[in-house]
Design a protein around this ligand. Structure first.
Ligand code: SF4
Ligand code: SF4
Length: 386
């Protein structure tokens, strides 16, 4: 497997000038983008706009990082479109609300950028897919000459981590994402689907905003955490490998990195990356709080080898589940509307989960604007995690 190159540039503030310098340094250290992006091209910046959140909440790609990348791309003579398809309905109204709240509208006005309001979709066929041969994508992304993935480094209740690859799941329009969760409830299938989407979209470049990330109950209910980095490269799996490493996690324990390794897309090993800029050790966040997800690596580290045959049984007892914090629930129905198997009902103005239907996709936790969905570990997982 060929060695990949990834830029890991120190940047510990969202100061516009400093972010611009860091982004430029990252791209230039990789030899620039002029071989990939030529004048007249339309480049779609696929940012992470999970939900209506203030940039300081660190749930979404920061507008100053978007502005810096857009400026660089415009400097190459290309046209830039910025957008995402957040969790709920994919409509002009929903997009406007998210762009406004996330600071993207104001940034786009200042930088004279085009935001995507085209909500048409395109059904595509991908022969090379492992699991998802036919799927639906946002037409504006499909029709762009090039896509740049601009994720945010965060923990995630289902996939443990979200960065460059998981960000591309937002190329699937609105609630179609919930349908894919429902069709692929097993993590191995779901992560293969994420890798299928990333392989199909084939971003020309990937950047992860890790100036501030999110630890704990990400991707929306966790705690903002300063990491101080812009991470960028041509191979999104290698970019994720570096991003995950600085949170003190073995990248190969993350489902999308593991699937990429199985499919020879990248080894998932830092040793196979030529890192430009800072080193992993210089930016390592040793006490980064991980997501509360079920992890076989966690088990392997705690169970003596003679008990290894019992791992599949023990794993079944080491689960997590979404729980509604009833006093915090405002009855907005966002979780009810997104739940793929309709496992949530509204009772007396509060959400209630039917666990016999729940597929543990954690979409409810992802979209709850009031942080009223928490992830609860089983007693065994709590003991092993101590
Ligand atoms: S749990 Fe959250 S998303 Fe669901 S109804 Fe309550 S406040 Fe809304
Ligand atoms: S209750 Fe939450 S975790 Fe369970 S299936 Fe519905 S959205 Fe997914």
């Amino acid at each position: 497997m060929t060695k990949e190159t990834v830029a890991l540039i120190k940047c510990d503030t969202y100061d516009k000038i400093l972010v611009e310098q860091a982004v430029k340094e990252a791209i230039d250290s990789l030899g620039g983008l002029s071989g990939k992006i030529v004048p007249g091209m339309t480049v779609f910046l696929k940012i992470n706009l999970l939900m209506k959140k203030n940039p300081d909440d660190q749930v979404t790609t920061h507008p100053n990082v978007v502005a810096a990348v857009a400026k660089y791309i415009k400097g190459l003579g290309a046209n830039v479109i910025v957008g995402d398809s957040p969790g709920g309905p994919f409509s002009e109204r929903a997009l406007k609300g998210v762009y406004d709240k996330c600071g993207i509208t104001q940034m786009a006005q200042e930088e004279e950028l085009t935001l995507n309001y085209d909500v048409s979709t395109k059904d595509v066929f991908f022969e090379g897919a492992t699991i998802l041969k036919k799927f639906t994508v946002v037409k504006a992304i499909y029709e762009a000459d090039a896509v740049i993935s601009m994720g945010k480094l965060k923990t995630h209740g289902m996939t443990a981590y979200t960065g460059a690859v998981k960000n591309l799941f937002g190329c699937i329009p609105g609630i179609t994402k919930a349908e894919y969760h429902y069709r692929m409830p097993k993590l191995v299938d779901f992560s293969n689907m994420l890798v299928d989407v990333a392989t199909f979209i084939k971003p020309v470049f990937s950047i992860v905003d890790a100036v501030y990330g999110m630890e704990g109950d990400g991707p929306s209910a966790g705690t903002p955490r300063k990491i101080g980095a812009i991470i960028a490269g041509f191979n999104p799996h290698a970019v994720d490998t570096v991003a995950i490493s600085i949170t003190n996690v073995d990248p190969l324990t993350i489902c999308t990195v593991k699937r990429a390794q199985e499919r020879d897309l990248f080894s998932g090993k830092v040793a196979d990356i030529d890192i430009k800029g800072a080193t992993i050790e210089q930016l390592l966040v040793k006490d980064f709080k991980q997501a509360k997800v079920h992890s076989t690596s966690l088990l392997k580290g705690h169970i003596p080898s003679i008990f290894k045959p019992l791992i599949p049984i023990v794993e079944k007892l080491m689960t997590t589940k979404p729980v509604i914090n009833v006093p915090k629930c405002k009855g907005c129905r966002d979780c009810y509307n997104i739940c793929p198997p309709n496992a949530i009902k509204m009772v007396d103005g509060k959400a209630e989960i039917d666990y016999s239907k729940c597929i543990k996709c954690f979409c409810c936790q992802e979209v709850c604007p009031h942080l009223a969905v928490i992830i609860e570990k089983s007693w065994l997982l709590r003991m092993v995690s101590k």
